[in-house]
Every structure is written in structure tokens, then in C-alpha cells.
Write a protein that binds this ligand. Sequence first.
Ligand code: ZN
Length: 623
Amino acid sequence: MKLLFPLAFLVVAPGFAQSIPAARDVPFAGAMTLTVDLARVTQGIFQVRQTIPVAGPGPLVLLYPEWKPGNHAPSGQIENLAGLKLSAGGRPLAWRRDPVNMFAFHVDVPAGVTAVDAEFQYLSPQKEGSDRRVFGPTMANLQWESLSLYPAGYNVHNIPVRATAIYPAGWTGWTALRGQAQGSTVTYDQVPYDILVDSPVYAGAHVKQVRLDPQVSFNLVADAPWQLAITPAQEAAHRKLIEQADKLFGTRHFDHYDFLVALSDYQSGDGLEHHRSSENTLDADLLTDWDANLYDRYVVAHEYVHSWNGKFRRPADLWTPDYRQPMQNSRLWVYEGQTQFWGDVLAARSGLWSKQAYLDFLAIVVARYAEGYAGVGWRSVQDTTNQPIVTGHGPGGAWPSWFRGADYYRNSELFWVEADATIRRLTGGKRSMDDFARLFFGVEPGAWDHEVTYRFEDVVAALNRVAPYDWAGFLRTRLDGTDPSMNLRTVEAAGYRLAWGEKPTESQRRLLAKQKTDDFTYSIGLALSKQGEVKDVVWNGPAFQAGLRPTEAIVSVNGQAYDAEALGRAITDAKRGAPIRLTVKGDDRFREVGIDYRGGLRYPRLEKIGTGEGALDRLLAAR
Ligand SMILES: [Zn+2]
């Protein structure tokens, strides 16, 4: 059987025999040109034309990027590519999709042909879903990897490309690329293909640029001009973010850095890191309703940290020569986990968050992994690093508290908080994770045009240079562990303990309002929309035991029409023995459900242990 199957497969699928050349570190003759025409972008249509030099006649494979940097997953949106036509010297060339790899197109190049022309359309999703909508009524997001093919057989860094964008009249495109504008057509300087892919564009009609320092700019594009009104205090906080990052890392690994910030209710939300820029699509009212958007202010800090952590220093198994070779995510607890850690710390040090906001948001994280997520008992943080590949970077399914999601972000953040406290304890307060950051991310000062990769041993060695300790054991115990109580100990080592109140803290209240969520996670184990639809049921919680599932709706509480206040009152009254009876609607059926719970309303917060400054207090103080 073992022999027969592949033979039979070859007979029915002869195309399988035509292989796709692996990427090699060899020079590429000539340069690709790429033109993206945005004439129909407000319909979500990006028109692409490309010229790809070829070495000679014979088989050629053109690839559409599959493994997207920063997504850590095979999330290339091949399903959005349409209208593909190939030609040479004006004559059509037949293409055939690889029978196994849907991202690969085979073409036979005739004799005498020196370049293949390609054209296709990238059709953006029309509304937010698992794929991002990359346009709004007055803006667009050009992600070059969605807008180009590249020839197989070369390291993508070896393929030069000259890109041109034809914008609608009156639009401005922000990007880390530099180029020449002629009217609304911008021709960008020739760069290696991987740098093009790492240099997306946010373009739009309503734009504003704020210079944060000579090298760093904050480039805004909004749905409407009044949304661009940035206050002096907001500017100052972002300037302080840049200053604090300089003090933390001691060097910059870029010649310039361009924040791309879209304020939009239409283009899908995003935070995506790049070496010399970042994509940050945030709510349209980010600046004009600054209080309501308290939580999301950390996003730009997080993405900025990635220039050092992830882009310049990269896990060895995440570095790939092209976008076809699978990435491996084993070090995402550094790449994302420590970026979450530093992004949140810098948000506090810069004033984007108050210290109290930091503590209130961290309380949610501690509560989630110490109590809320039963999945901590079966799935290690290390295993969650596979999550982007498991779900193709899309959202996970129902029951996140059991399945777990991309927990290598925030669960690892706790481990780095504990590592900081541990270093301070070991060195009598003389050293901290700041020393690790300077040592590990500050290597090769000023260098930016390449990546410096690392392995687990390198992380351990750098920690040992800061403070000798069993760091391999420290990390492995936590990353591979399945004991929820280890998460409580992270903040306790840093001078805070998890405590409970009957109301969300002010910062948490703002976050819940933004999420349009009423949260009963730590009482009856439910998160609900304002209309009473069940967003989440905590695995093994009281509502779970009563048989509820996500997408059902609570119609009434103890005979009264549902609202969050009525449910909150019922939960409080149940402490004295009153019932919690819910009418639940699911799949057009109604049923009565009794919730067996007497513990009252509970919301997490962090409470200081003892007096005087603890490790976390010192960590959060501006430098
Ligand atoms: Zn990140």
C-alpha cells in the first residue's frame, strides 16, 4: 500500500511531477516592476501589473506570498486573487496552478522571451471578516505581498523591485518607502522584494503628518478630516514613547521609522509590525474620544517595539528565505510575548497609559490565566505558539477559555514581569529586564538592513549575563507548565497580588464599553453583548454547567426583561440565597435555566503587597 499510493497519485496528477524550485541565495538578473492602480479602490479592487525578468526559456513558477511575515501563518489571501493573465511581448502565455500548492502558477517560457508580464486584481473583502477589508471610502491599505507575484528559486531579498502606485487624485500615501511623485502617481525607489513587502502603504484623502523626532514620524489617515485633530498632550505622549524606547534599547535599528496610523470605522482594524514602519488601524475616534480609547493606545507602542524585537532580532526558525517555506513559531513567547511586555511597559512609561491603567489591564491577564481559562490545565503556552498556524491567523473557534488562543502574547507577558522581578531580586535591585533589552536588542548598534537571528540558548545566555540563574529552567517550567497557579506567582514576585472587587475598575469599564460587552466572566461565567447575546461561556463555569453556549441570548432574568443591571442585581441577590433564573433563547427555542452560583459579582484588580516600591512599581517608572 505504501508504494502503490504515491504511484497512483502521480498517474492521476501529472502536474505533481513539475516541481517548484526552492529559494536559493543566488543573484536575480534585472528588476521586477510592479504597478498598482487604485482607480477602483473604493470598490475594493486593486489592479496589478507586473513585469518579471526571466533567465531564459523553460519552466517558470510564479508564487503568490503564502507565509506572511508578522502573521506567523500561511495567511496569504490567494482566494482574493482574480483575473490572472500572463503574457510575453504582448502574446498570451498559458498558466496552470500547481495541483498541490494553490499559491504557485506554472508557465512555460518560450524561447526569446526576456520578461513575463502579469496582471491580476486583488479583490479586498467587502466587510470585516477573517480576512481584512483593506479599504474605506477615503483610504486604502496597500500590502504589497497581496499585490504581487514573485519567481520561485530565489531568496526574496535577492529580487529587486521597483513599485509604482497610482493613487486617486488628491490622495497621499504614507510608507517607509521613498520615491518620486508625478501628480498622483508615485514611483518608489528600487528595493529588495522582502523590503517592499515589509513597507506597506496607508493612503487616503484625509491625512496628517506629525514629526515625533528627526527620524520618526506619525502618519495619519482618517475617514474624515476632523478625526485628525491631535492634541498637544497626545503628541507629547507619543514623543515620550520614542524617548523611552531610546532609553530602553540604547540604539535604533532603522534609518527612519514611519508609523502608519489609520483612524477608520471601515478599514479593518490591525496592528502589524514592520522594520521601519507599522500598520495601526484603530477606531476613527481614537484621538477625538481619547478617554474611550484608553486600551487601544498601547498598540503603537507594541508595534514600535517590534522594530527591535521580531524584525531586527528574529527567532531563527521564523526566518525564511521566501514566503513559501513554512515558518516555525517556537519563540513567539519572545517575539510577541516580550513585545507585549515592553509595549505595555512603554505605554505606562510614556503616559499613553497611566500606571493604574497598566495595573488594571494586567489584572485581567492574571485573572484569565490563573482562573478564567480552564484550558491552561491542558495546553501549555509553548503549544499556543502554534495557534496562528492552527487557525491560519484567523480568529479561533468557540470556547476560547478551553481551547486557548494566541496566549503566547499575554501569558508570556506575565512570565517577563516575573523575570524582571527575579533579576531585581538576584541583583539587589541593580539590574532588571531593561539590561536584557539593551544587551539582546541593542546588538550591532545602528544596523538595520539585515536580521540577527537567535535560538533559545541565546535568550538564556543573555539573561545569564544580566543575572546568573537557572533561566532555562525558569522559562521551560512556565512555558511548558499547565498549573494555573504559576500565573498568580508572576505578579506576586513583583509586589502585587490578584484581588477582586464588585465592579470593574475605571480602565476596565472603558475597555468593556468599547467592546460593547457586559462582563460576568468571574461570577456566573458569561460575557454578553448589550442585547444579552452570549459572547462567551467560561468552560466549567456556572453558566457552562447550566448548559449555555455562545450565540444564545438571555431574554429575561427572574421574569424581568434582560438588561445587564438586572442580571448584576440577581447575581448580588443570589449571595443571600435568591435564585438566578434565566430565559434563554437559542436556535429559535426558549428554555428556563437556573444558575447555581452564590459568590456575587467579581472583577479582577491588582492589590499592592506590603509598602514601599515593588519590582513592578520600579519597572513602570519612566526612565
Ligand atoms: Zn506583535
